[in-house]
Design a protein around this ligand. Structure first.
Ligand code: PLP
Ligand code: ZN
Length: 407
Protein backbone atom coordinates (compact mmCIF):
# COMPACT_ATOMS: atom_id res chain seq x y z
CA UNK A 1 0.00 0.00 0.00
CA UNK A 2 1.53 3.31 -1.07
CA UNK A 3 0.79 6.57 0.73
CA UNK A 4 1.60 8.92 -2.14
CA UNK A 5 -1.42 11.13 -2.71
CA UNK A 6 -0.36 13.60 -5.42
CA UNK A 7 2.45 15.31 -7.25
CA UNK A 8 3.03 18.86 -6.09
CA UNK A 9 4.86 21.69 -7.86
CA UNK A 10 7.82 22.80 -5.78
CA UNK A 11 7.38 26.37 -7.01
CA UNK A 12 3.69 27.25 -7.18
CA UNK A 13 2.26 24.40 -5.11
CA UNK A 14 -0.24 23.24 -7.75
CA UNK A 15 -1.15 19.58 -7.39
CA UNK A 16 -1.37 16.86 -10.00
CA UNK A 17 -2.45 13.23 -9.93
CA UNK A 18 0.34 10.67 -9.46
CA UNK A 19 0.93 10.28 -13.21
CA UNK A 20 4.13 10.06 -15.27
CA UNK A 21 4.72 13.82 -15.08
CA UNK A 22 7.74 15.81 -13.99
CA UNK A 23 7.09 19.51 -14.60
CA UNK A 24 4.28 21.88 -13.68
CA UNK A 25 2.17 22.90 -16.67
CA UNK A 26 1.74 26.41 -15.30
CA UNK A 27 5.17 27.48 -14.08
CA UNK A 28 7.48 24.69 -15.33
CA UNK A 29 8.59 24.03 -11.76
CA UNK A 30 9.66 20.48 -10.83
CA UNK A 31 7.07 18.16 -9.29
CA UNK A 32 7.59 16.30 -6.05
CA UNK A 33 5.66 13.42 -4.49
CA UNK A 34 3.23 14.35 -1.73
CA UNK A 35 2.33 11.83 0.99
CA UNK A 36 -0.34 11.26 3.58
CA UNK A 37 2.02 11.47 6.55
CA UNK A 38 -0.77 10.97 9.07
CA UNK A 39 -1.56 7.59 7.60
CA UNK A 40 2.15 6.76 7.38
CA UNK A 41 2.52 7.72 11.04
CA UNK A 42 -0.17 5.21 11.97
CA UNK A 43 1.53 2.43 10.02
CA UNK A 44 5.24 2.95 10.57
CA UNK A 45 7.37 2.32 13.66
CA UNK A 46 10.91 1.29 14.47
CA UNK A 47 9.58 -2.24 14.90
CA UNK A 48 7.72 -2.33 11.60
CA UNK A 49 10.88 -1.18 9.84
CA UNK A 50 13.12 -3.67 11.65
CA UNK A 51 10.75 -6.49 10.78
CA UNK A 52 10.88 -5.57 7.10
CA UNK A 53 13.20 -6.95 4.42
CA UNK A 54 16.93 -6.26 4.77
CA UNK A 55 16.80 -3.95 1.74
CA UNK A 56 15.65 -0.41 0.98
CA UNK A 57 12.11 -1.80 0.82
CA UNK A 58 11.99 -1.94 4.63
CA UNK A 59 11.00 1.76 4.23
CA UNK A 60 8.15 0.96 1.84
CA UNK A 61 5.66 3.22 3.68
CA UNK A 62 7.79 6.22 2.69
CA UNK A 63 8.20 5.27 -0.97
CA UNK A 64 5.69 6.24 -3.68
CA UNK A 65 5.02 2.76 -5.05
CA UNK A 66 3.49 -0.52 -3.93
CA UNK A 67 6.40 -2.55 -2.54
CA UNK A 68 4.58 -5.82 -3.24
CA UNK A 69 5.30 -5.25 -6.93
CA UNK A 70 8.81 -3.87 -6.53
CA UNK A 71 11.33 -4.44 -9.30
CA UNK A 72 13.81 -5.60 -6.71
CA UNK A 73 17.40 -6.72 -7.08
CA UNK A 74 17.78 -6.56 -3.27
CA UNK A 75 19.10 -3.03 -3.22
CA UNK A 76 20.01 -1.18 -0.08
CA UNK A 77 20.64 -1.72 3.62
CA UNK A 78 24.28 -1.45 2.65
CA UNK A 79 26.99 -1.43 5.34
CA UNK A 80 27.66 1.60 7.52
CA UNK A 81 31.27 1.01 8.50
CA UNK A 82 33.13 2.64 11.39
CA UNK A 83 36.23 4.03 9.69
CA UNK A 84 38.71 3.96 12.58
CA UNK A 85 41.87 4.03 10.45
CA UNK A 86 40.80 6.83 8.16
CA UNK A 87 39.29 8.66 11.12
CA UNK A 88 42.63 8.54 12.95
CA UNK A 89 44.41 10.02 9.94
CA UNK A 90 41.85 12.77 9.42
CA UNK A 91 41.37 13.52 13.12
CA UNK A 92 37.82 12.20 13.52
CA UNK A 93 36.75 9.89 16.35
CA UNK A 94 33.35 9.00 14.88
CA UNK A 95 33.76 8.68 11.14
CA UNK A 96 31.52 6.26 9.24
CA UNK A 97 31.55 5.18 5.62
CA UNK A 98 28.17 4.44 4.05
CA UNK A 99 29.34 1.91 1.49
CA UNK A 100 26.72 2.11 -1.24
CA UNK A 101 29.17 0.74 -3.78
CA UNK A 102 28.01 -2.77 -2.86
CA UNK A 103 24.53 -2.43 -4.34
CA UNK A 104 23.51 -4.91 -7.08
CA UNK A 105 24.97 -2.85 -9.93
CA UNK A 106 27.66 -1.30 -7.73
CA UNK A 107 26.29 2.17 -7.19
CA UNK A 108 23.62 4.02 -5.21
CA UNK A 109 21.64 4.43 -8.45
CA UNK A 110 19.91 1.10 -7.78
CA UNK A 111 17.89 2.87 -5.09
CA UNK A 112 16.39 5.42 -7.43
CA UNK A 113 15.99 3.03 -10.34
CA UNK A 114 14.25 0.36 -8.26
CA UNK A 115 11.54 2.90 -7.41
CA UNK A 116 11.33 4.34 -10.94
CA UNK A 117 11.20 0.90 -12.57
CA UNK A 118 8.47 -0.20 -10.19
CA UNK A 119 6.45 2.88 -11.09
CA UNK A 120 7.08 2.31 -14.81
CA UNK A 121 5.67 -1.23 -14.53
CA UNK A 122 2.69 0.14 -12.63
CA UNK A 123 2.04 2.57 -15.51
CA UNK A 124 2.41 -0.32 -17.97
CA UNK A 125 5.36 1.12 -19.84
CA UNK A 126 7.16 -1.49 -21.93
CA UNK A 127 10.46 0.38 -22.25
CA UNK A 128 12.74 1.77 -19.57
CA UNK A 129 15.23 4.47 -20.58
CA UNK A 130 17.67 7.01 -19.17
CA UNK A 131 20.20 9.72 -19.84
CA UNK A 132 23.22 8.59 -17.83
CA UNK A 133 26.55 9.88 -16.54
CA UNK A 134 27.52 6.21 -16.17
CA UNK A 135 26.12 4.44 -13.15
CA UNK A 136 22.51 5.00 -14.05
CA UNK A 137 23.09 3.13 -17.32
CA UNK A 138 23.94 -0.18 -15.65
CA UNK A 139 21.21 0.13 -13.09
CA UNK A 140 18.47 0.89 -15.62
CA UNK A 141 19.58 -1.92 -17.91
CA UNK A 142 19.66 -4.42 -15.02
CA UNK A 143 16.26 -3.44 -13.65
CA UNK A 144 14.74 -3.55 -17.15
CA UNK A 145 16.12 -7.08 -17.52
CA UNK A 146 14.61 -8.09 -14.18
CA UNK A 147 11.25 -6.53 -15.08
CA UNK A 148 11.21 -8.09 -18.56
CA UNK A 149 11.20 -4.67 -20.21
CA UNK A 150 13.28 -3.46 -23.11
CA UNK A 151 15.63 -0.56 -22.45
CA UNK A 152 17.36 2.35 -24.13
CA UNK A 153 20.46 3.76 -22.51
CA UNK A 154 21.84 7.12 -23.62
CA UNK A 155 25.39 8.02 -22.56
CA UNK A 156 28.13 10.50 -23.46
CA UNK A 157 30.55 8.73 -25.81
CA UNK A 158 33.61 9.37 -23.59
CA UNK A 159 32.34 7.21 -20.72
CA UNK A 160 34.63 4.79 -18.86
CA UNK A 161 34.80 1.29 -20.35
CA UNK A 162 33.61 -0.36 -17.13
CA UNK A 163 30.42 1.64 -17.17
CA UNK A 164 29.63 0.94 -20.81
CA UNK A 165 30.28 -2.81 -20.47
CA UNK A 166 28.55 -2.85 -17.09
CA UNK A 167 25.39 -1.62 -18.81
CA UNK A 168 25.60 -3.33 -22.19
CA UNK A 169 25.83 -6.81 -20.67
CA UNK A 170 22.17 -6.68 -19.57
CA UNK A 171 21.07 -6.41 -23.20
CA UNK A 172 19.81 -2.85 -23.60
CA UNK A 173 20.18 -0.67 -26.69
CA UNK A 174 23.12 1.54 -25.76
CA UNK A 175 23.36 4.83 -27.62
CA UNK A 176 26.66 6.72 -27.19
CA UNK A 177 26.32 10.39 -28.06
CA UNK A 178 29.08 12.75 -29.13
CA UNK A 179 28.44 15.41 -26.55
CA UNK A 180 28.29 16.07 -22.81
CA UNK A 181 25.74 14.63 -20.40
CA UNK A 182 23.78 17.86 -20.75
CA UNK A 183 23.54 17.28 -24.52
CA UNK A 184 22.44 13.70 -23.88
CA UNK A 185 19.80 14.88 -21.44
CA UNK A 186 18.45 17.46 -23.88
CA UNK A 187 18.05 14.81 -26.59
CA UNK A 188 16.39 12.46 -24.11
CA UNK A 189 13.85 15.12 -23.13
CA UNK A 190 12.83 15.31 -26.80
CA UNK A 191 12.70 11.52 -27.07
CA UNK A 192 10.57 11.36 -23.93
CA UNK A 193 8.05 13.66 -25.64
CA UNK A 194 8.06 11.48 -28.76
CA UNK A 195 8.07 7.86 -27.55
CA UNK A 196 6.04 6.13 -24.85
CA UNK A 197 9.12 5.30 -22.78
CA UNK A 198 9.71 5.60 -19.08
CA UNK A 199 12.83 7.75 -18.78
CA UNK A 200 13.69 7.14 -15.15
CA UNK A 201 15.31 10.55 -14.65
CA UNK A 202 12.97 12.57 -16.89
CA UNK A 203 9.26 11.66 -16.89
CA UNK A 204 9.70 9.32 -13.89
CA UNK A 205 11.93 11.78 -12.04
CA UNK A 206 9.63 12.66 -9.11
CA UNK A 207 9.36 8.95 -8.18
CA UNK A 208 12.99 8.18 -9.03
CA UNK A 209 14.28 10.92 -6.75
CA UNK A 210 12.40 9.53 -3.74
CA UNK A 211 14.58 6.40 -3.78
CA UNK A 212 17.52 8.43 -2.47
CA UNK A 213 15.67 9.17 0.76
CA UNK A 214 16.52 5.63 1.85
CA UNK A 215 20.17 6.76 2.14
CA UNK A 216 19.02 9.04 4.94
CA UNK A 217 16.75 6.48 6.62
CA UNK A 218 19.37 3.74 6.64
CA UNK A 219 22.11 5.85 8.12
CA UNK A 220 19.80 7.05 10.89
CA UNK A 221 18.68 3.50 11.67
CA UNK A 222 22.22 2.12 11.53
CA UNK A 223 23.45 4.83 13.92
CA UNK A 224 20.94 3.54 16.48
CA UNK A 225 18.04 5.74 15.43
CA UNK A 226 19.68 9.13 15.31
CA UNK A 227 20.86 11.50 12.60
CA UNK A 228 24.59 12.16 12.18
CA UNK A 229 26.08 15.59 12.84
CA UNK A 230 27.53 15.70 9.32
CA UNK A 231 26.84 14.11 5.96
CA UNK A 232 29.47 14.44 3.22
CA UNK A 233 27.92 13.75 -0.16
CA UNK A 234 28.99 13.82 -3.83
CA UNK A 235 26.66 15.65 -6.20
CA UNK A 236 25.87 15.76 -9.89
CA UNK A 237 22.27 17.00 -10.31
CA UNK A 238 22.04 17.53 -6.54
CA UNK A 239 19.00 15.28 -6.23
CA UNK A 240 20.49 12.70 -3.83
CA UNK A 241 21.90 15.46 -1.65
CA UNK A 242 18.46 17.00 -1.12
CA UNK A 243 16.75 13.66 -0.58
CA UNK A 244 19.14 12.43 2.12
CA UNK A 245 18.18 15.51 4.11
CA UNK A 246 14.50 15.02 3.32
CA UNK A 247 14.74 11.42 4.55
CA UNK A 248 16.28 12.45 7.86
CA UNK A 249 13.64 15.12 8.38
CA UNK A 250 10.79 12.74 7.59
CA UNK A 251 12.13 10.37 10.25
CA UNK A 252 12.19 13.23 12.75
CA UNK A 253 8.66 14.34 11.83
CA UNK A 254 7.40 10.77 12.27
CA UNK A 255 9.01 10.58 15.71
CA UNK A 256 11.40 7.81 14.69
CA UNK A 257 14.53 9.79 15.59
CA UNK A 258 15.26 12.85 17.78
CA UNK A 259 15.69 16.31 16.32
CA UNK A 260 17.86 16.45 13.20
CA UNK A 261 20.85 18.77 13.50
CA UNK A 262 22.70 17.40 10.50
CA UNK A 263 25.00 19.63 8.48
CA UNK A 264 24.84 18.70 4.81
CA UNK A 265 28.16 19.09 2.99
CA UNK A 266 28.27 18.80 -0.78
CA UNK A 267 31.45 17.81 -2.60
CA UNK A 268 32.12 18.35 -6.31
CA UNK A 269 35.24 18.04 -8.46
CA UNK A 270 36.80 21.23 -9.74
CA UNK A 271 36.16 20.35 -13.39
CA UNK A 272 32.40 20.31 -12.80
CA UNK A 273 31.35 22.18 -9.68
CA UNK A 274 28.48 24.48 -10.64
CA UNK A 275 26.58 24.07 -7.36
CA UNK A 276 29.63 24.40 -5.11
CA UNK A 277 30.76 27.43 -7.12
CA UNK A 278 27.37 29.11 -6.62
CA UNK A 279 27.66 28.39 -2.89
CA UNK A 280 31.12 29.96 -2.77
CA UNK A 281 29.89 32.97 -4.72
CA UNK A 282 27.04 33.38 -2.25
CA UNK A 283 24.31 33.13 -4.85
CA UNK A 284 21.40 30.71 -5.38
CA UNK A 285 21.70 31.12 -9.14
CA UNK A 286 23.63 28.16 -10.51
CA UNK A 287 25.57 29.04 -13.65
CA UNK A 288 25.82 26.08 -16.05
CA UNK A 289 29.35 24.92 -16.88
CA UNK A 290 30.92 22.72 -19.52
CA UNK A 291 32.21 19.70 -17.54
CA UNK A 292 35.82 18.59 -17.78
CA UNK A 293 36.45 16.26 -14.87
CA UNK A 294 37.86 12.85 -14.01
CA UNK A 295 34.72 12.33 -11.90
CA UNK A 296 32.50 11.57 -14.88
CA UNK A 297 29.62 10.23 -12.77
CA UNK A 298 29.28 13.76 -11.33
CA UNK A 299 29.66 15.56 -14.67
CA UNK A 300 26.35 17.41 -14.95
CA UNK A 301 27.02 20.99 -16.02
CA UNK A 302 23.42 22.16 -15.66
CA UNK A 303 22.17 20.53 -12.44
CA UNK A 304 18.39 20.15 -12.14
CA UNK A 305 18.42 20.32 -8.34
CA UNK A 306 21.16 22.92 -7.97
CA UNK A 307 18.90 25.57 -6.49
CA UNK A 308 17.24 23.14 -4.06
CA UNK A 309 20.63 21.81 -2.99
CA UNK A 310 21.76 25.30 -2.11
CA UNK A 311 18.62 25.67 0.01
CA UNK A 312 19.48 22.45 1.85
CA UNK A 313 23.01 23.72 2.50
CA UNK A 314 21.52 26.89 3.93
CA UNK A 315 18.82 25.16 6.00
CA UNK A 316 21.26 22.62 7.42
CA UNK A 317 24.11 25.07 8.02
CA UNK A 318 26.29 22.92 5.83
CA UNK A 319 28.55 23.94 3.00
CA UNK A 320 30.05 22.92 -0.32
CA UNK A 321 33.61 22.01 -1.19
CA UNK A 322 35.38 22.07 -4.53
CA UNK A 323 37.98 19.31 -4.79
CA UNK A 324 40.92 19.94 -7.16
CA UNK A 325 41.10 17.32 -9.93
CA UNK A 326 44.49 16.01 -8.78
CA UNK A 327 43.09 15.25 -5.31
CA UNK A 328 40.38 12.91 -6.62
CA UNK A 329 42.73 9.94 -7.02
CA UNK A 330 44.38 10.76 -3.67
CA UNK A 331 40.96 10.37 -2.06
CA UNK A 332 40.44 7.00 -3.74
CA UNK A 333 43.82 5.80 -2.45
CA UNK A 334 43.28 7.14 1.06
CA UNK A 335 40.05 5.15 1.41
CA UNK A 336 41.41 2.00 -0.21
CA UNK A 337 44.67 1.86 1.75
CA UNK A 338 43.09 2.62 5.12
CA UNK A 339 39.66 1.07 5.02
CA UNK A 340 39.84 -1.61 2.34
CA UNK A 341 37.16 0.00 0.21
CA UNK A 342 37.77 0.66 -3.48
CA UNK A 343 35.59 3.50 -4.68
CA UNK A 344 35.21 5.18 -8.03
CA UNK A 345 36.15 8.79 -8.73
CA UNK A 346 33.00 10.18 -7.07
CA UNK A 347 34.13 8.58 -3.82
CA UNK A 348 37.57 10.11 -4.27
CA UNK A 349 35.85 13.48 -4.41
CA UNK A 350 34.03 12.72 -1.15
CA UNK A 351 37.13 11.60 0.79
CA UNK A 352 39.29 14.50 -0.37
CA UNK A 353 36.39 16.87 0.27
CA UNK A 354 36.00 15.42 3.77
CA UNK A 355 39.70 15.99 4.42
CA UNK A 356 39.33 19.62 3.41
CA UNK A 357 36.25 20.05 5.60
CA UNK A 358 38.13 18.77 8.66
CA UNK A 359 41.19 20.89 7.88
CA UNK A 360 39.12 24.03 7.70
CA UNK A 361 37.35 23.24 10.98
CA UNK A 362 33.88 22.64 9.54
CA UNK A 363 33.84 19.15 11.10
CA UNK A 364 35.12 18.58 14.65
CA UNK A 365 36.84 15.50 16.09
CA UNK A 366 33.98 14.36 18.33
CA UNK A 367 31.14 14.80 15.83
CA UNK A 368 29.44 11.84 14.16
CA UNK A 369 30.26 12.11 10.46
CA UNK A 370 29.06 9.99 7.56
CA UNK A 371 30.86 9.98 4.21
CA UNK A 372 28.71 8.60 1.40
CA UNK A 373 30.57 6.28 -0.96
CA UNK A 374 28.21 5.91 -3.89
CA UNK A 375 30.09 3.94 -6.55
CA UNK A 376 32.59 1.12 -7.05
CA UNK A 377 36.20 1.57 -8.10
CA UNK A 378 36.23 -1.25 -10.62
CA UNK A 379 34.05 0.89 -12.85
CA UNK A 380 36.69 3.63 -13.19
CA UNK A 381 39.99 1.76 -13.29
CA UNK A 382 41.26 4.20 -15.94
CA UNK A 383 41.61 6.78 -13.15
CA UNK A 384 44.06 4.74 -11.08
CA UNK A 385 45.60 2.24 -13.49
CA UNK A 386 48.91 4.10 -13.68
CA UNK A 387 49.38 3.88 -9.91
CA UNK A 388 49.37 0.11 -9.63
CA UNK A 389 52.51 -1.84 -10.52
CA UNK A 390 52.43 -5.56 -9.89
CA UNK A 391 55.83 -7.22 -9.65
CA UNK A 392 56.28 -9.62 -12.56
CA UNK A 393 58.36 -12.78 -12.06
CA UNK A 394 58.75 -16.33 -13.37
CA UNK A 395 57.52 -19.08 -11.01
CA UNK A 396 60.78 -19.80 -9.16
CA UNK A 397 62.13 -19.00 -5.69
CA UNK A 398 65.18 -17.43 -7.33
CA UNK A 399 63.06 -15.03 -9.32
CA UNK A 400 61.09 -14.12 -6.20
CA UNK A 401 64.23 -13.43 -4.17
CA UNK A 402 65.73 -11.44 -6.99
CA UNK A 403 62.80 -9.03 -6.95
CA UNK A 404 62.09 -9.15 -3.22
CA UNK A 405 65.37 -9.83 -1.38
CA UNK A 406 64.04 -9.07 2.10
CA UNK A 407 60.34 -10.02 2.32
C1 PLP B 1 24.71 9.84 -10.05
C2 PLP B 1 25.76 9.78 -9.01
C3 PLP B 1 25.86 10.73 -7.98
C4 PLP B 1 25.05 12.01 -7.93
O1 PLP B 1 23.72 11.95 -8.09
P1 PLP B 1 22.77 13.24 -8.13
O2 PLP B 1 21.57 12.78 -7.41
O3 PLP B 1 22.49 13.50 -9.59
O4 PLP B 1 23.46 14.40 -7.50
C5 PLP B 1 26.81 10.53 -7.01
N1 PLP B 1 27.64 9.49 -7.02
C6 PLP B 1 27.60 8.57 -8.00
C7 PLP B 1 28.60 7.46 -7.99
C8 PLP B 1 26.65 8.68 -9.02
O5 PLP B 1 26.62 7.76 -9.99
ZN1 ZN C 1 4.06 25.27 -10.70
Amino acid sequence: MAYATALKCRECGREYPTDPLNVCEFCFGPLEVKYDYEAIGRSISRDSIQNGPITMWRYEDLLPVDAANAVDLQTGFTPLIKATNLGRILGLDHLYIKNDAVNPTNSFKDRVVSVAATKAVEYEFKTLACASTGNLAGSVAAHAAKAGMSSYIFIPSDLERGKVVGAAIYGPTVVAIDGSYDDVNRLCSELADTYPWAFVNINMRPYYAEGSKTLGYEVAEQLGWQAPAHCVVPSASGSMFTKIFKGLNEFEDLGLIPKVNTHMHMTQAEGCSPIAAAYEAGTTRVRPVKPNTIAKSLAIGNPADGYYSLKVIEDSHGDATIVPEEEVVEGIQLLAENEGIFTETAGGVVISGLKRLVERGAIKRDEVTVAYITGNGLKTIEAVEELVNPIHISPTMAAFHEQIPNP
